[in-house]
Ligand binder design. Sequence first.
Ligand code: NAI
Length: 699
Amino acid sequence: MTAEYKVHGSVAVITMANPPVNGLGLATRQGIVDGLGRANADAAVTSIVITGAGGAFSGGADIKEFGTDKSLQEPNLLSVIAAIENSAKPVVAAMHSVAMGGGLELALGCHYRIAAPGCSIALPEVKLGLIPGAGGTQRLPRVIGVEAALNLIVSGESVKSEMIGAVPGQKLFDKMAASAESLATEALAFAQSVADARPLPLVRNFPCKHPEGDAYFQFARNMVKGMAKNFPAPAKCVDAVEAATKKKFAEGMLVEREIFINLMWTAESRALRHLFMAERAASKIPDVPSDTPKRDIKQVGVIGAGTMGGGISMNFLNAGIPVKILEMKQEALDRGIATIKKNYEAQVKKGKLKQDKYDQRMALLTTTLSYDDFKDCDLIIEAVFEEMGVKEAVFKQLDAVAKPGAILASNTSTLDVDKIAAFTKRPQDVVGMHFFSPANVMKLLEVVRGKDTAKDVLATVMAIGKKIKKTSVVSGVCDGFIGNRMIEQYSRQAGFLLDEGCTPQQVDRAVEKFGFAMGPFRMGDLAGNDIGWAIRKRRATERADMKYSRTADKLCELGRFGQKTGAGWYDYQAGKRDAIPSDLVNKMIEDHRKELGITPRKISDEEIVQRLVFSLVNEGAHILEDGIASKSGDIDMVYLTGYGFPIHRGGPMHYASEVGLFNVVQAMDRFAKNPLDDAEFWKPAPLLAKLAAEGKSFQ
Ligand code: NAI
C-alpha cells in the first residue's frame, strides 16, 4: 500500500507515500480510497486530511504506469476524486512542495485546501501533448478565474502557492500555512475547525463565468495558434476551459474526457511522451548502477579558449563551478575571455542576466599559461585543435600534472577517444565530453565512453551534465559518435538529391516543412561547409568505398564555406543571416549534372524527406546493433536536442516506428534500386530488417 493511514485525535490523516513524488499509481489510489472508507466508518473520526510524504504532495500520474493498463484500472483518478467528493466527512488537502497534474486535480476534488508556501502548482499535461484529464480544466477556472487558469493549463508552467494565495478572491486555498514545517499541525487544526461544516463545499458547484466570454476565447485561440503550430493540445485547452464556462459541470467533464482521450491517440502526444521517457532513460546506463559513487567536482580546468573552450567554460560558471582556462599564449587567453564577457554582456543588456550574477560568474573564472596550475582540478576538459598530435601533447602533459582521480575529458568530435586515453597511464580516467556549438546554448552533450573508462567516471560526468543543464547521452567510440555518424549519411543523401534534380532550396523547404529547424544546406552554411569537406578528404583514403556526390566539394573549391565566408549554398548579405538562393550555385549544380550525363527528374517532397530521414534511421539501427548507443531513445534524444529534429515527430527512431518499420524497409528497397543512389547503404541494417519482419518497432 503506498498511502499511510493514521488517526490523530478526531482527524484521520491519509499520507500518499510513493517516492519520489507520490505519483498516483494504482496502489496509491487504492490506498486513498481505503483510507476514506476507514475514516468514514470510524465514529471517532470527524474530518480527514490528505497529504504527501517526503518532498511532494503529489506530482500526478505515476510515470511507471505510462502506457500500461494500470493507469486506467479502478479506482482510476476520477473515481478517487469522486470518493473524496462523496465523503460524508470533510476532506482537507494539505499541500506542500509539489502539487502537479493529477495531484492538483485530486486536491481540487477535496472540500478544503491548505497550502504551505513554496508549493509548485501546475497542470503540465500540455507538455505531454494532452490536457488535464481528471477535471483540472473544469475545476481550476472555478477557483482562480478563467484567464489565470487557462494561462496555467496552456503553458503547463508552475506557479508558487504563495503567489496564488496572495490574489484577492482566489478560492484555491482556504488557508495558507505559515511554513512547510507548520503545515501538518495547521492542517490538523484546520480540519478540526471544519469538522461540523455542512453542507460541504464542492468546487464543482462554484460558478464559472467570463464577463466577455466569446471575445476572450477568440483572443485566446489566436494567441495559442501562434504559440503551438505543430501541436493540437494547446488549442484544445482553450476548448475545454471554454466548456467550463458555458456548460454544466458534468457536461464540461465529458467534453474534457473526450478531448483527453482523442489527444492520447495523436502522434504528437505519443512523440512528447516518448521524449519525456527517453530523456529520463538517457541518464541511466545499463551496467552503471544509479548508486555508483561519484567523484567530487569542485574545480574545472578547460584547455583551449577558442570557440568551444569558451562556451564550455560558461556552462560551469553558470552552475557556480569555478573554471580555470589554459592557453599557450596570453593573446589567445585574452581573446577567449573577451568573447565570454561579450556573451554575458549581451545577456545583461537584454535583461536576461542580472549584473551581480554576471560579476559572480566572472569571479569564478581564472586563467593560466601553465599546466602546473591544473594540479587542483577535479575535471579537465580539452578543447584544442582537432589534431591527434596536439591532443597527444596535451594529454601527456595532463597525465604528468593532474592529481590522481582527476577526470580527463576530450571534446574531440572526430578522433578516437581510446587512442587519446592511451597517451596517459590512466585510461580509466579518460572520457569524451562532446559538446555542440554554441556550447553554452546547445542542450546536447555526448558522453563518449572509452573501452577503459571507469564506471564512476561515467556516473560523475552524467551527474555533472545534469548540473550544467545538458541532456547527456552516452555514446561508444566510433567515427562521429552517434550524432555525426548519422548526419554523414543524411548529408550524402542531400548531395545525391542535388545530382538527381533538386535545388538546395527545394530540399531545405521540404525538410523544414517536415519540421526540422533547418534543412541540410542552410545547416551546412551555418556550421561551415569546410568541416564536411575535410571529413570527405579523409574518407577518400580511409573508406574509398563510400560514394559521395561531388557537388559539395565543388562548392568548397569556390571558397563558399557558408555564412562565415558570406557565401555557401546560398548567398548572404553582410551582417545578415537570410539565405538567398544563388544563381551561381544552381548553375554549378546543373553543370555538374551535365558532366555526369544525368537528366534531372522531378523529385517529390515526400521522397526528399523519406530519403533524408530514413538514412538517419538505417544508420541509427547500425549504431544500436554495434552497441554504440544502448537504446533507440538515446538516438532520438541526440537528434531532438542536438540536430533540430522536429519535437512533434519524436526523433528519427520513434518516427520510423510511427511510420511502421515494414514501410520503412520497403521504401529503402525502392531507394536501393535508384542507380544514382547507394544501393549498398540502403540494405536495411539487420536489426531493422528483423524488427520489421517481426512486426515490431524500436521501443
Ligand atoms: P578553435 O580553433 O576555435 O579553438 C582551439 C583553441 O585551442 C585555440 O584557442 C588554440 O589557441 C588552443 N590550443 C591549441 N593547441 C593548444 C595547446 N596545445 N594548449 C592549449 N591551447 C591550445 O577550435 P574549436 O572549434 O573550439 O574546437 C576545439 C575542439 O572542439 C576540437 O577538438 C573540435 O573538434 C571540437 N569541437 C568543435 C565543434 C565546433 O563546432 N567548433 C563542435 C564540437 C567539438
